[in-house]
Design a protein around this ligand. Structure first.
Ligand SMILES: [Cu+2]
Length: 466
């Protein structure tokens, strides 16, 4: 039997290593690593490690991984807490707080056993701290302002140093004026890879954090005192159709990891597959104990990962199953007009408000095809187009795109799935057989209704890391 490095480090080995090198070393000299910053809200290529053990780097939806430098045996990172402008989807930005140019902050990736030194510079107008959610570390590194450390005042830089005792799925966020700072978008993912590169290895590993905002249509700043009534439900501070698609090659082992820093739970559902819950923020679920699901409820403050083998090609929806969380900001106060004939009242209103458009007498699906005049900096409540028509979604919705023959590091949007002939639901006419139908009937949005004016950038399939 071969002894893997993991076996060597496992349990008592890792504990011995940690106590032998009690993490205390103060930074030598005055050199602080540079703090890279990100301008783009699009998915950046995975950051392949050039030092230390091999691992499969994660891909952060609409995000990036923070580069580090080695300083002796320490891996050094530099986070800057600062005001940022984050695009939620083409057509809307939020004036938020985040790290290194974006909200959420960059994903931190390191390896079990690594000693990490994380510099945190505060460029906010108020004090902050960072809590390393789920990490096992010395109490004084836990980042709870007032309890385990002084708050980091504006303009100051603090240093966190700890050894990563276990691999898994973690996050970071402030523990200092927490309600305001998380409502403003301050959070980030933290992945610790196993020291044994073969342990629970997958071919594609996607991560996102869920956050919620209350941004009045036409405005830019979240209302930070809101407790329950949020109107922007996001993955990595993005909403459909602005959320990157998750692209996988047929046959890949795929992992999706997510955490919840909103004020309510999110049942995350993916079509086309059953999958296993493989990891929580408490650690790996033993393979023999991993349970099957098609939806995973993620409570506030929790993280979950699920694994599956991508053996079924297609465009598979992945979304929160709370239907209000796959909607954007507009019109949650509207009344239910289903079955009401609004023609007469509409005539009266149009005399006063020429732009007025009655809607909702049959349902609200017409809102997916029409575009009402919207206030500036506001997204339609339901929007996005697929190859067959309006998708009528917003918020926490994306697509798992499984395709044959993709290169191992190809995350580019492959466009819509070309369904094999005879495999698409079809209209019954009493005449033709399914095999005679076109593989992918094309949909021309311009042909459907005179109201169908789609804003540039809102058609599905066009985003991703091109
Ligand atoms: Cu939800």
């Amino acid at each position: 039997m071969t002894v893997s490095r993991r076996a060597f480090l496992g349990a008592s080995g890792a504990a011995a290593l940690i106590s032998a090198s009690t993490v205390s070393g103060r930074v030598q000299g005055a050199s602080i690593p540079e703090a890279p910053t990100m301008k783009e809200p699009t998915m950046q290529p995975p950051l392949v490690p050039t030092t230390g053990p091999d691992y499969q780097p994660v891909v952060t939806l609409n995000g990036w991984t923070l580069p580090w430098r080695m300083n002796g045996e320490w891996k050094e990172f530099h986070l800057v807490a600062e005001p940022v402008v984050r695009e939620f989807a083409p057509g809307m930005v939020g004036h938020l707080w985040g790290y290194n140019g974006q909200s959420p902050g960059p994903t931190i990736e390191a390896v079990e056993g690594d000693k990490v030194r994380i510099f945190v510079t505060n460029k906010l107008p108020e004090h902050t701290t960072i809590h390393w959610h789920g990490q096992l570390l010395p109490c004084g590194m836990d980042g709870v302002g007032g309890l385990t450390q002084p708050h980091i005042k504006p303009g100051k830089t603090f240093v966190y140093e700890f050894q990563l005792r276990k691999s898994g799925t973690f996050m970071y966020h402030p523990h200092s004026d927490e309600m305001v700072q998380m409502a403003m978008g301050m959070m980030g993912f933290f992945v610790v890879h196993p020291r044994d590169p073969a342990f629970r290895r997958v071919d594609r590993d996607f991560v996102f954090l869920m956050s919620a905002y209350d941004i009045e249509p036409g405005s830019y700043l979240p209302r930070v005192a809101e407790m329950t009534d949020f109107n922007m439900w996001t993955w990595n501070t993005r909403v459909f159709p602005g959320i990157d698609h998750l692209v996988a090659a047929k046959g890949d082992k795929v992992r999706v990891r997510f955490g919840n820093l909103t004020m309510t739970n999110h049942p995350i559902h993916m079509h086309g597959y059953d999958f296993k819950v493989s990891c929580t923020d408490g650690g790996w679920v033993p393979e023999e104990a991993a349970w099957p699901e098609v939806s995973i409820d993620c409570a506030v403050g929790q993280m979950r990962a699920f694994d599956f083998v991508a053996d079924e090609p297609g465009d598979w929806a992945i979304h929160c199953h709370k239907s209000h969380h796959t909607m954007n900001a507009m019109g949650h106060e509207i009344s239910n007009f289903i079955g009401v004939d609004k023609k007469e009242v509409a005539k009266q209103i149009k005399k006063l408000v020429p732009d007025y458009m009655p809607m909702g007498t049959a349902g609200m699906a017409d809102m997916g095809e029409m575009e009402m005049p919207l206030p500036d900096n506001t997204l339609p409540m339901m929007t996005g187009f697929g190859q067959f028509g309006p998708i009528e979604m917003g918020g926490m919705f994306s697509v798992m795109k499984v395709r044959e023959g993709l290169a191992s590091n190809d995350y580019k949007d492959p466009g819509w799935y070309q369904h094999p002939t005879g495999t698409v639901a079809y209209e019954w006419t009493g005449e033709s057989k399914p095999a005679e139908r076109a593989a992918s009937p094309s949909y021309d949005p311009a042909a459907t209704t005179e109201f169908n004016v789609v804003k540039p950038g809102l058609k599905g399939g066009g985003h991703g890391n091109h």
